[in-house]
Design a protein around this ligand. Structure first.
Ligand code: ADP
Length: 418
């Protein structure tokens, strides 16, 4: 079995997969709203859910997960603990830089590289590294594998990943767009391309049966998808024929869309303007990473709360959501232009999977791209990949499964049947 650990900015997810048994997920859990007073831990095994209040940091969350797995008895032999059956641990690591683009066994050298890259992912790499170190102590006898968020974006062409800044910044300092959330963009686009291939060839007007018509595979090589990963962190990817050609996040996970606490795109001149007013670089960085985005505008970064606040007439919640949606809509237009069209739009992650009203507002006015969603389909709530619009450009909700993607990559690296 493989244990995956996925430490987000405010959440820690884990899963245990039995890949040898049809990729069965035997246990999973989520500790969410880490760092807030309203934290919660949810653990699930054999269809039974446990909910616990949680207060603490990522280290405390990991200890609680370890305690839970230790208590679970071995399903096959009825003895020992589930922890004993773990053959490898797959860790989601946000930034691999140019040095680490493929899933990699974690040696002390790899840990040092992840640490060296902290300035590029200050909210994530420290948490990822902490998770690795704690998990290595708890499970010292199994291999630990890092799976990088940057990897899926390594197919971007140079004209997309380079910034128009002095050339030496790239050659000497690696200043370029890397992109993040790659595991999620890879997973949801692959689900859409495999299960909904028939819908992803709409330009010919051809409806494919389960035995694809001649030419369909050729057409699928060039299908143009935009994926919107909308969680606490948000990013979009432009994907042609399954390969990423552009994404909104850049050198760090701060670029691009407006997020929970991160600003996304602002005028690059803002840094020197604020510095001129006496703000230090560290304070500026902290403000843009931790006190901006939805939180900066409406003093709240949780979309559920913001939607309730807007219902109750909050002007700042209205503005924050309007900005969030407007920037998303502009990005869809830009990526459609970059690809020369769009064959499918995919929503995923906390907001993308659950906030029907945000999906509807993003799609409003995108009819010129063939994007039209059905109010009825959009209102359906479940955990399955599903269509919410059957216009010229199909719109889908695909629940992300970064954990399964990480488990598969981990198994591939260690090369064992697990
Ligand atoms: P992270 O980046 O921390 O992994 P998630 O993917 O869990 O984030 O997404 C967190 C976001 O999803 C929060 O803004 C949360 O409010 C939002 N969200 C979760 N469920 C809902 C819901 N039912 N309606 C609206 N927003 C939701």
């Amino acid at each position: 079995m493989i244990l995956t650990l996925n430490a987000g900015s405010s959440s820690l997810k884990f899963s245990v997969f039995n890949l040898a048994a049809g990729e069965e997920e035997v246990a999973n859990g989520l500790v969410e709203r880490i760092g807030s007073a309203a934290g919660q831990a949810t653990f699930e095994i054999g269809g039974e859910k446990q909910r616990l209040d949680f207060q603490g940091d990522h280290g405390d969350a990991l200890s609680q997960i370890g305690g839970f797995l230790r208590k679970q008895s071995r399903r096959t032999a009825g003895q020992g603990s589930m922890l004993d059956e773990i053959k490898a641990v797959g860790h989601r690591v946000v930034h691999g830089g140019e040095a680490l683009q493929q899933p990699t066994i974690i040696t002390s050298e790899v840990e040092q590289t992840i640490e060296r890259l902290i300035p590029l992912a200050p909210l994530h790499n420290p948490v990822n590294l902490q998770g690795i170190q704690l998990a290595k102590e708890a499970l010292a006898n199994v291999p630990h594998v890092a799976v990088f968020d940057t990897a899926f974006h390594s197919t971007m062409p140079d004209h997309a990943y380079r910034y128009p800044v002095p050339n030496e910044w790239y050659t000497k300092h690696g200043v370029r767009k890397y992109g993040f959330h790659g595991t999620s963009h890879a997973y949801v686009s692959a689900v859409a391309r495999s299960r909904y291939a028939r819908i992803l060839v709409p330009r010919t007007g051809q409806v494919l049966s389960s035995a694809p018509a001649a030419g369909a595979e050729e057409e699928k090589k060039h299908d143009k998808i935009i994926t919107l990963h909308l969680g606490n962190g948000c990013s979009a990817a432009a994907i042609v024929g399954g390969k990423c050609v552009d994404t909104t996040m850049g050198l760090t996970p701060l670029e691009g869309l407006m997020m929970g606490t991160r600003a996304g795109d602002v005028d690059p001149g803002l840094a020197s303007y604020m510095h001129g007013l006496g703000m230090s670089v560290a304070d500026y960085d902290k403000a843009l990473n931790k006190a901006s985005g939805l939180l900066g505008i409406a003093a709240e970064n949780d979309m559920r709360t913001l939607l309730s606040m807007r219902e109750e007439g909050s002007a700042s919640a209205r503005l924050a959501i309007a900005m969030f949606v407007y920037r998303l809509r502009k990005t869809v237009g830009a990526f459609a232009a970059a690809m020369g069209g769009i064959d499918a739009l995919i929503f995923t992650a906390g907001i993308g999977e659950n906030a029907a009203v945000i999906r509807a507002e993003v799609c409003e006015g995108l009819g010129f791209l063939g994007i039209e969603i059905s109010t009825e389909l959009n209102a359906i709530r479940n955990n399955e990949p599903r269509f919410i619009g059957h216009g010229k450009c199909p719109v889908l909700v695909v629940p992300t499964n970064e954990e399964l993607q990480i488990a598969r990559a981990t198994a591939a690296v260690i090369g064992a049947a697990v």
